[in-house]
Design a protein around this ligand. Structure first.
Ligand code: NAD
Length: 477
């Protein structure tokens, strides 16, 4: 299938025509992690569609220091986990977490997230290394190899080869366009988001059905799929009695952007595939993730994770912390009563491991609400103010017009017990804000571009003409 062009015309990779690279190392390449021989053929690369497909097997030459991984337990026992979107924020931390614990990991990513930054003039606060460097460094630091495949899951030929070659026991699917504001920039980006996310997920389902029928799909959804109903939010399903009859049905969804709606469509497609083809699936309706540090991403500067604080990809908490670090008032959108679920990145990686270790049954579509605490935007601002004071910062708060269409004062009570029952022990925000975020904002203060923090996308406008320059917050001035 021809790939979809990323709006703006740039190929979804940092280098337009990467050369096929193949590094091999004999020693240290564990049998469980070794890519089967048939995977070693060079992959065809497709340039016409702006999709670039190349395969990189990256392995390091030597172990240079004691890896954190070697102190970790090896509960993974070589189980094979494909991480789609493994160069992204959650995916990178998860890939290292699992690799450190003895899972054989393959990262699949087309690097479109890095392209979005290039197109919009954005940048992560923390300086992240290219994916090849990251993977190679991990091999050196941890003595564990990660299989890396650069390509687009909307390209079924690429995906099916990757799945057949790696033979995953589980696919963790993070590989989507994940910003609500990005999906509201203009028509092209709304269409891109839904195409990329819905078709990519459909391809993953077909690849599992066809080539890995026993594989467990762990798919990242979002708490934003539910919207903000005036009743308690359940974990995926609700039992309803109507006109004297009772049924348990998927919980009603009310996505608040074209991005959130792409996740709603994904969930419906996965539910159907689990019924029709007996796919085992877990939908993780994740809350807003914060934090930069996991044990593995902090093991070396080249492994550091990204920290988005801009008006398109940054979340309220990340923005507030950066604003606190530079003495800018925290900009609360509207009344600030918007309430959502949150979790630390260290809990995200644990949740994924828990989901993999306790797989859904074949034909089961299981839904977990993946967050640990809920806060309103005003509560977040108060926590940043309080914790900022501990770090010697004078933090002010101000309200700005809300660019989104959303309830600013509403009931919110979402269940989130199933991951706890399976053993999740949460890190709590008020105990960890300084270590998780503030210390990074202060350490990389010189890289902060305050122009990037302003609201960049207005939900009420979303033009059919290109909205890139309006959203290119760095380019406004
Ligand atoms: N970060 C959060 O707070 C949060 C909250 C709720 C849900 N989620 C979900 O978790 C997942 C990961 O989020 P994230 O913050 O790590 O996002 P991210 O943008 O940092 O990472 C996504 C990765 O997927 C890759 N990708 C996108 N489309 C692809 C495609 N067609 N083929 C191959 N690779 C592709 C991107 O290049 C990127 O590296 C997303 O599905 C997101 O919707 C994230």
């Amino acid at each position: 299938m021809a790939g979809l062009i990323v709006p703006g015309g740039l190929a979804p990779c940092t280098s337009p025509r990467p050369k096929a690279v193949s590094y091999y190392r004999g020693a240290g390449y564990t049998a469980s992690a070794r890519t089967p021989p048939q995977a070693r053929r060079p992959m065809p690369r497709k340039f016409g569609s702006c999709r670039v497909t190349a395969r990189f097997h990256v392995a390091a030459a030597a172990t240079v220091e004691a890896p954190p991984a070697q102190q970790a337990s090896y509960s993974g026992s070589g189980r094979r986990v494909m991480i789609v979107g493994g160069d992204g924020y959650c995916g990178w931390a998860t890939a290292l977490h699992l690799s450190a614990r003895g899972y054989a990991v393959s990262i699949v990513d087309n690097l479109c997230r890095r392209t979005f930054d290039l197109q919009l003039g954005l940048d992560t606060l923390t300086p992240i290394a290219p994916i090849h460097t990251r993977v190679k460094r991990w091999g050196q630091v941890a003595g564990r190899d990660i299989d890396l495949r650069i390509g687009d899951i909307c390209d079924f030929e690429f995906l099916s080869e990757a799945v057949q070659a790696f033979r995953p026991d589980a696919v963790v699917h993070f590989g989507e366009q994940r910003s609500a504001p990005y999906s509201m920039i203009d028509r092209a980006r709304a269409v891109f988001t839904q195409h990329n996310n819905v078709i990519g997920t459909l391809n993953v389902l077909f690849a599992i059905k066809e080539f890995a029928p026993d594989c467990h799909l762990v798919k990242l959804g979002t708490m934003g799929e539910y919207g903000t109903p005036n009743i308690d939010i359940e974990e995926g399903y609700i039992t309803i009695t109507h006109n004297g009859r009772t049924d348990t049905l998927p919980y009603p969804k009310q996505g608040g952007s074209f991005y959130h709606l792409s996740k709603v469509h994904d969930s419906a497609n996965i539910l159907f595939a689990s019924r029709a083809w007996k796919v085992a699936a877990t939908d993780l309706n994740q809350g807003v993730v914060y934090g930069v540090a996991t044990e593995e991403t902090m093991a070396d500067p080249l492994l550091i994770n990204r920290y988005d604080y801009d008006g398109v990809f940054g979340t309220a908490l990340n923005r507030f912390v950066v604003q606190a670090a530079v003495g800018h008032p925290l900009t609360v959108y509207g009344k600030g009563g918007q309430t959502r679920g949150y979790l630390d990145i260290r809990d995200t990686v644990r949740c994924i491991q828990i989901a993999i270790d306790n797989p859904a049954a074949k034909g089961e579509f299981r839904v977990f609400n993946q967050f640990t605490e809920q806060f309103s935007v005003n509560e977040l601002a108060a926590i940043v103010q309080q914790q900022g004071a501990k770090a010697g910062l004078d933090v002010q708060v101000k309200s700005v017009p809300n660019p989104r269409v959303e309830a600013e004062d509403h009931y919110y009570n979402a269940k989130h017990t199933r991951l706890m029952e399976l053993g999740l022990q949460p890190h709590l925000l008020s105990d960890n804000l300084i270590d998780s975020l503030l210390k990074f904002a202060l350490q990389y203060k010189d890289r902060i571009n305050t122009d990037l923090i302003k609201p960049a996308v207005d939900w009420r406008k979303t033009p059919v003409s290109s909205g890139t320059m309006q959203a290119a917050v760095a380019g406004k001035h």
